[in-house]
Write a protein that binds this ligand. Structure first.
Ligand code: FMN
Ligand code: SF4
Length: 614
């Protein structure tokens, strides 16, 4: 028996060593496919709920990959170990799948909370309730939902690349078509994109810096009145910006743009330990710098010169050595006031002063503003020009006209203004009689990514840019309602000061319940949506009329913003190639592959269903 048992053991050990290579290859193949499937499922579901899939998935996949390698090693030694490691892989896969399933349930829960089907009673909701911003200017306007969608993000740089607009700043048929489609959704208020207040080339921006722009803007107002059936109030956002140039070719920078100063020559003399550089002719200095190594360049150029080389030249509002920058406090109140007067003449219901993101007025409010002429440094000094502009605009358009301000609740940059500043400014703006405050976040140049040569720096590429237009590739909070706490805190302070100025919040607002919750909790008085409105200009109307299940939900992947960044015509990926039966002739983008406006929608039996708003 013993002998037989011994034979049996030898036989078993032999069969363990005998491993079929085809089976092993198949097992490895299956493991790889399984890993990939788990990876993408986890990635998708975590991203959808706003967790950071990157770190989470990397950790799990590393764990599984290590397991798979150990398994392969084990295979070459002993079959029994295979069982152990296969078990490990199996258990960790199950754990992962449970996590994935939780994520999916989470997403499903969020979707269930969204206003997919609304039938009755919604007219009594806060989001549907009219909010009188100005009794004379906006009688009964349903202003609780503001749409804020520009064709492009109003960048401040000098290149005249305009995919839709012409570079002369006039309203074009494409501009009319763009806004007409949003008007069809009948939002309470539509804020027309950042529009330049000066009569200077402003790239692709619309302009309002001269009376010759009024007829075009008038046509825009009429179009929106007609297409919204008079239900939408129309504001226009007006802005100023300082110069930002494209990142130059090093040859052009050293050959032409860089000023060869005595100080630069001095730096060269010091660094190269050769006093002759102090007297060197300009051409020699340029020639030398063109071929100099990076360490030399970084040593002899000032920070601003280096920035001009690496990112493109960018003015600061505290560059007091530049006469036109020094003059800003003298010039801007009149520029803004005249622009507002034109807006009123064109028929807009109000103006929104753009004090947010990367532009002139936001820079005056910034803690980085170190102007020494009484308009920088302390909070009192930083808010001085913004208040002077507000006063000048008010004096020009009168008390019966809506004048709002959009500004930053937090700049989200190192050394920049934060919520404390924003609260302090908000109370001052409210006390000065602004009609509403719209709170945004970030979108600054300071932390923007380096552009490619020939492109301009784009203020929505860094951390502050992310906060301005957050995406699903996010942290635990996700892109949803990230700015609400800022508006809520500012609102509380304004109420504590005994003022009733309405607060508008925006950023990742995408469902009715979310909007309604914000209003119910008193975190803001109006909710605004840009990308959700881009995804589906009819979203709120659909909800109001009981067709919530038809809402196209924004996916917050910023395809639209990516187009803007590459100077292409802005469209939404959810519109692409969607040609509905009965659509009127569809205009396509220059590339011929994307429709230029959202698919049309009207409720069945339209006239009967869509009762007058408010
Ligand atoms: C295509 C596009 C154009 C925009 N244009 C402007 C603009 O002209 N002025 C402005 O203050 N914000 C502009 N924004 C920013 C939005 O107003 C908003 O603050 C931001 O997108 C976050 O809100 P959301 O999550 O509802 O999109 C734009 C955003 C997009 C996507
Ligand atoms: S392109 Fe993406 S992020 Fe932009 S509006 Fe459409 S779904 Fe939203």
């Amino acid at each position: 028996m013993d002998l037989a048992a011994g034979k049996l053991m030898v036989h078993e050990r032999r069969s363990i060593r005998h491993v079929d290579p085809i089976l092993v290859a198949a097992a490895i193949g299956l493991a790889v496919i399984g890993l990939f499937a788990i990876y993408s499922a986890t990635h998708q579901s975590l991203a959808a709920v706003g967790l950071d899939p990157g770190r989470f998935v990397k950790r799990q996949v590393t764990f599984l990959a290590v397991g798979a390698i150990v398994l392969m090693l084990a295979l070459s030694f002993d079959y029994r170990l295979l069982k152990v490691y296969a078990g490990m892989i199996y258990v960790s896969s199950v754990v992962l799948l449970v996590l994935v399933a939780t994520g999916i349930v989470f997403v499903a829960g969020m979707r269930a909370k969204s206003p997919l089907v609304l039938d009755t009673v919604r007219r009594t909701s806060r989001a549907m309730k009219p909010l009188a911003l100005k009794s004379a200017g906006m009688p009964g306007a349903n202003a609780s939902v503001i749409r804020h969608v520009g064709r492009r993000t109003g960048r401040a740089y000098e290149t005249p690349v305009g995919a839709v607009a012409t570079d002369d700043g006039f309203v074009t048929p494409e501009v009319l078509e763009w806004y007409a489609r949003f008007a069809e959704g009948q939002p309470g208020v539509l804020v027309v994109e950042a529009t330049g207040i000066r009569d200077v080339a402003s790239g692709p921006l619309l302009r309002i810096g001269d009376d010759r722009f009024i007829p075009g803007l008038q046509a825009l107002v009429e179009t929106i009145r007609e297409r919204s059936r008079g239900r939408t109030r129309l504001f226009i956002q007006i802005l100023d910006f300082v110069t930002v140039r494209r990142r130059p070719e090093p040859e052009r920078f050293f050959g032409r743009y860089l000023a060869i100063t005595d100080s630069l020559r001095g730096q060269l003399a010091l660094w190269l330990d050769d006093p002759r550089w102090r007297e060197a002719p300009e051409d020699n200095v340029r020639e030398f710098l063109l071929t100099a190594d990076r360490v030399t360049i970084e040593t002899v150029l000032t920070d601003r010169e280096l920035e001009a080389l690496d990112y493109g030249y960018r003015e600061r509002i505290w560059d007091l050595h530049l006469p036109h920058v020094r003059e800003l406090p003298r010039l801007l109140p009149a520029f803004f006031a005249e622009a507002a007067r034109r807006a009123r003449e064109a028929g807009f219901d109000g103006v929104e002063l753009h004090y947010a993101h990367a532009y002139t007025m936001a820079s005056f409010l910034s803690r980085l503003n170190v102007r020494t002429d009484g308009y920088g440094g302390s909070r009192e000094n930083r808010v001085r020009l913004p208040l002077e502009v507000l006063a000048a605009v008010r004096a020009r358009v009168g008390d019966d006209y809506v004048v709002g301000i959009r500004y930053l609740g937090d700049e989200v940059i190192e050394g920049g203004s934060d919520l404390d500043d924003a609260i302090w400014f908000g109370v001052r703006f409210a006390a000065a009689g602004v009609d509403y405050l719209s709170v945004s976040k970030g979108g600054r140049f300071e932390d923007a990514k380096q552009p490619k040569i020939g492109e301009a720096v784009y203020p929505y590429t860094g951390a502050s840019g992310y906060e301005c237009m957050p995406t699903v590739l996010s942290d635990a909070r996700g892109p949803f309602g990230r700015n609400v706490p800022l508006a809520a805190a500012i609102r509380r302070a304004i109420r504590d000061a005994g003022l009733q100025t309405p607060l508008v919040t925006s950023g990742g607002i995408t469902t009715f319940d979310q909007a309604e919750g914000i209003l119910e909790r008193g975190e803001a008085d109006c909710v605004a949506a840009a990308r959700q409105t881009l995804a589906d200009p009819d979203w709120f109307r659909k909800i109001r009329l009981g067709y919530g299940e038809l809402v196209r939900r924004c996916e917050f992947t910023n395809y639209c913003e990516g187009l803007d960044q590459r100077h292409k015509q802005v469209t939404c990926k959810l519109w692409d190639r969607k040609f509905e039966p009965g659509d009127p002739v569809v205009s396509l983008a220059n590339d011929g592959r994307r429709r230029l406006s959202a698919p049309s929608w009207s409720p069945p039996g339209e006239a009967g269903v869509d009762a007058p708003a408010g």
